[in-house]
Design a protein. Structure first.
Length: 322
């Protein structure tokens, strides 16, 4: 009897996933990726970089911006199926081309701060979308010159390229978790109440220390004045280890992609992170540090006046707190 394990025939779905997984592991474009990443990071965008990341929105702005070109081009394709609508569909093609530039810029800025496996897929995603833009530019040119049939043909080819690019973008967002909040699970995992994490002497002033509560890594920083801060330790951007980051001016900087979070409340003061870090109340009991997840991080609401007063009382009684 054969001992060869049974192998199910590869379906179309599994073939697609196999190709995408193979793309993640393909290193031949890494030199190009490194050069492009360096170039994108060198762009003189200033505060516009966080604007393009979507820090103001709370999540990446690129998926929002791409709705305009995709919607315009899909609408143009619908009109192209009906006779006598060439002018309207041409206008929509032009709107999509104009909107593609800011969407692409936001995408490149996000791409430059991803893991290498994500960047490999993202590069092909960007190249596919560039092909789509080229096809739609050809479509618009043909329409302007009165070559309606060629314009429609280029438009349908462009829509096909957009569909391929969208598939790659979906793989980036949902399978590779690009742009997701990697600290979102913390309020759902950490149990309520106070958790003892170590003696005060275990936390040297000004040095980030890693502890764990309910298997969730926690960053703990004791200031020189005695105040103790605690945040979720895995960066919300791509789960970078904040305990290996730099503490300065009341903030911690992620060592992986440079996101900066305020120690007092976890607020993301600089991207590429678009979500803040879950933060913890702290107190000292019998010479030991105890922490609990802040209510607003657990249920999205600010603590009421009574709870805030209780926290201030505890901090004052022990001479420490945050």
């Amino acid at each position: 009897m054969s001992t060869t394990p049974h192998r199910r025939p590869r379906t179309r779905q599994s073939r697609l996933l196999w190709l995408l997984d193979r793309l993640e592991r393909e290193p031949r474009a890494d030199a190009v990726i490194g050069a492009l990443r360096k170039g994108v990071r060198a762009l003189p965008l200033g505060d516009g970089r966080d604007l393009l990341h979507g820090r103001w929105l709370g999540h990446p702005v690129h998926p929002l911006l791409v709705q305009v070109p995709i919607g315009s081009w899909l609408s143009a394709a619908v009109l192209d199926l009906r006779p006598g609508r060439s002018r309207e569909s041409g206008l929509l093609v032009g709107v999509g081309l104009a909107a593609a530039a800011p969407a692409a810029l936001a995408g490149w800025v996000d791409w430059a701060e991803l893991h290498r496996q994500q960047q490999r897929v993202g590069l092909v995603h960007a190249l596919t979308n560039s092909v789509a833009v080229g096809l739609y530019a050809a479509s618009l040119t043909c329409r302007v010159k009165g070559r309606g049939a060629a314009g429609r043909a280029y438009g349908f080819l462009g829509l096909t390229a957009v569909a391929v690019g969208g598939t790659l973008g979906g793989h980036l967002a949902y399978r590779q978790a690009s742009g997701a909040n990697h600290a979102e699970e913390v309020p759902h995992v950490v149990t309520e109440g106070w958790h003892r994490i170590g003696a005060v002497a275990e936390f040297p002033a000004g040095r980030p220390v890693r502890r764990s509560v309910d298997d969730v890594p926690v960053l703990v920083v004791r200031e020189s004045g005695g105040t103790i801060h605690a945040l979720a330790e895995r960066c919300s951007h791509l789960a970078g280890p904040l305990s290996e980051g730099t503490v300065r001016d009341g903030c911690v900087q992620c060592p992986w992609h440079g996101s900066v979070f305020r120690l007092s409340d976890g607020w993301n003061v600089r991207g590429p992170a678009t979500a803040p870090q879950p933060s913890f109340d702290t107190r000292i009991t019998d010479g030991h540090v105890e922490i609990r997840l802040r209510r607003q991080d657990r249920d999205g609401q600010a603590p009421d006046d009574a709870e805030a007063g209780q926290r201030r009382t505890e901090a004052g009684a022990h001479g420490h707190g945050s």
